[in-house]
Design a protein around this ligand. Structure first.
Ligand SMILES: NC(=O)c1ccc[n+]([C@@H]2O[C@H](COP(=O)([O-])OP(=O)(O)OC[C@H]3O[C@@H](n4cnc5c(N)ncnc54)[C@H](O)[C@@H]3O)[C@@H](O)[C@H]2O)c1
Length: 292
């Protein structure tokens, strides 16, 4: 049987690279989807240049990943960038200087690019292949800024809150397709993401080590047992896990208010009856109007 295949976005550096190396040690094959190649040779990996904010590029990458060994088991949608805009620190108070069009790159990469990745993962994980059972696992890298406010980087915080909302909303509809989805929410990790100087403000014991992140991936996705027929199971589907220093903190969604029928399980059936057919119609009509 072909070895299990993982596709990891943003795998050339930081958290994605650490996960790639961990999986390679466990005899996985790994597709590295990144805008830049890794700085070192990694046996049993396949680098495919990919900007995740481009649907066409990401679609081509998933196709090549599946065709590599006719199999895809695990997708870590991990690529992300920090904030590139500002609102409240940049108010000009000058009528002649209205705001310029904001840079929305952080939403484009972190939120739109990851949504593209989930759509593609759902398809390619479900295809018939050499693995014991169709289906697989998706883990999205959100952030502690997806749980708590982070005032100076609100677009980043919004993108990561968006990922947490997507994971919580998609988990129950992914499950019948034998797919699970989770989010990990790292606190401050020493990678190339934090801008120069930020890490200097915090003592090393305030930083989250890579070992905590690998523990989170392993705990959520049971990556050592991928060839078990019942590898994908309900247990942790939809969980959102903060990785903070050495702690894994599970964050359940807020409880729905009593008496609010439209948010109850019964209410969810009404939402499904109304929306599923309508939105499937939109997809069948040809999907998005933007091609990249
Ligand atoms: N480092 C932290 O403190 C921290 C905290 C919370 C969340 N995160 C999240 O962890 C994830 C990984 O970040 P990291 O800390 O390892 O940073 P990193 O900069 O070391 O790695 C990010 C990787 O993503 C790639 N990338 C950037 N834009 C891309 C795009 N459009 N398409 C494909 N690849 C792209 C980069 O080339 C890089 O290899 C990100 O989603 C980030 O938001 C990081």
């Amino acid at each position: 049987m072909a070895p299990p295949i993982a596709l990891i976005t943003g795998a050339s550096s930081g958290i994605g690279l650490a996960l790639t190396k961990h999986l390679l040690e466990k005899k996985w094959n790994v597709v590295i989807a990144d805008v830049q190649p890794p700085k070192e040779e990694l046996e049993n990996s396949l680098f495919i240049p990919t900007d995740i904010s481009s649907w066409d590029q990401q679609a081509s990458t998933f196709k090549q990943a599946y065709e590599w060994n006719s199999r895809l088991d695990f997708v870590a949608l991990n690529a992300g960038i920090d904030d590139r805009d500002d609102i409240f620190h940049s108010i000009s108070k000058d009528p002649a200087k209205p705001p310029t069009r904001p840079n929305m790159r952080t939403i484009d990469v972190n939120l739109t690019g990851t949504y593209y990745g989930i759509k593609l993962a759902a398809h390619y994980l479900s295809l018939p292949s050499s693995k014991p059972t169709p289906g697989g696992k998706i883990i999205v890298t959100a952030s502690a800024a997806g749980i708590y406010p982070l005032p100076v980087i609100p677009q980043y915080a919004a993108s990561k809150h968006g990922l947490v909302g997507m994971v919580r909303s998609m988990a129950s509809v992914a499950r019948p397709h034998n797919i699970t989805i989770n989010a990990i929410c790292p606190a401050l990790v020493p990678t190339s993401l934090p801008p120069p100087g930020l890490l200097d403000h915090f003592s090393p014991d305030q930083l989250t080590p890579m070992a905590t992140l690998i523990r989170a991936f392993t705990e959520l996705a049971d990556l050592d047992n991928v060839d078990k027929p019942d590898w994908v199971e309900d247990g942790k589907n939809g969980e959102v896990v903060e990785c903070n220093i050495e702690n894994l903190i599970y964050h359940p969604a807020p409880a729905r208010p009593n008496g609010s029928r439209h948010l109850s399980a019964e209410g969810m059936r009404a939402w499904a009856e109304t929306y599923v057919g309508r939105n499937r119609g939109f997809v069948e009509e040809g999907g998005g109007s933007n091609s990249s």
